[in-house]
Design a protein around this ligand. Structure first.
Ligand code: SAM
Length: 279
């Protein structure tokens, strides 16, 4: 057996945001233009468009507060895991992938929102390896708590192991069940939350929202943050370009826009992050 000290292979994440996809397309256009020999003016316009787009995400990373060591460790471990093998070996019950992790900019944004809202009881719907849960936990006071719903036991344990090396991990309780079941149980026990973060299966978003709003889980004046509300641009692209998730998100966004009980804003951060305030 050969023992090396090489790091486990890390696959490069594929683009999963409107900007990332746009930049990948621009990169292809830059190459194609070079090969086909377009005019100097057109080439420099294409190069400028590529520069403008490709520089944004690295710049945000550079000027945003760095993530904690525990978050960096969780991110690295998530990238090193072979998620497709975990699924084919039957370790995970769902097909998971490293691209599901929210990451540095969104994590710091959520953490900032927790500070700003002074929320002490948070419900997370869709935890994966726990990046967003831990980022929010870092902003909670000692007596604050997060209940994180995750259907996959393998990734729930993966997250738990990462939480346990953080001084904030003890604020997070994981419920390993379909989120709808966990939420109904929490509602029947009279639990209430000041902040919820929806980031699970996109076709379930409408039901999660209804449960939060109609079953008393979310307190008046409480906030719901919702991830992937641009769904790689499918939310605003022509309907025939949408897959099932894109259609679910488009319908969800419209449902929120039509609900007089709330105020909301869709931030074009990463794959779209909607902030909703219950009036
Ligand atoms: C996009 S990931 C969550 C990412 C995480 N919030 C983060 O910031 O890194 C979605 C997660 O939702 C979980 N999920 C999907 N359907 C679910 C359900 N019905 N109930 C609970 N969790 C679910 C998946 O197993 C997956 O881990």
């Amino acid at each position: 057996m050969t023992i090396t000290n090489e790091k486990p292979t890390q696959k490069t994440a594929r683009p999963v945001t409107p900007l990332g996809i746009l930049v990948e397309k621009l990169e292809g256009i830059v190459e194609q233009a070079k090969q086909e020999g377009v005019s100097e003016n057109l080439q420099s316009a294409i190069d400028a468009a590529f520069q403008l787009g490709s520089g944004l995400d690295p710049y945000l990373d550079q000027v945003t507060t760095s993530e904690s060591e525990a978050l960096a460790n969780l991110d690295r471990k998530t990238r090193e895991e072979d998620w497709s093998k975990c699924f084919s070996d039957g370790e995970t019950v769902r097909k998971l992938e490293q691209e599901m992790l929210s990451g540095h900019i969104e994590g710091q944004t959520l953490k900032m929102f927790v500070h700003m809202t002074k929320a002490k009881r948070i419900l997370e719907i869709g935890m994966f390896t726990g990046y967003s849960a831990l980022a929010m936990a870092e902003a909670l006071p000692e007596d604050g708590k997060i209940i994180a719903c995750e259907v996959d036991p393998y990734t729930a344990q993966f997250g738990r192991d990462c939480f346990d090396v953080s001084p904030h991990g003890n604020k997070i309780t994981i419920l390993v069940d379909p989120a709808l079941e966990s939420m109904k149980k929490l509602a029947s026990e009279g639990e209430t939350f000041q902040l919820a973060f929806i980031d699970a299966d996109k076709t379930g978003y409408k039901d999660y929202y209804r449960l939060l709003m109609d079953e008393g889980l979310l307190e008046s004046g409480g906030y719901i943050f919702v991830d992937n509300t641009l769904l790689q641009g499918q939310a605003y692209l022509p309907p025939q370009q949408r897959n099932e998730n894109g259609e679910a998100i488009a319908q969800f966004n419209q449902m929120i826009a039509d609900d007089p009980r709330v105020e909301q804003v869709l931030l074009p951060l990463r794959d779209g992050l909607t902030m909703i305030r219950k009036l």
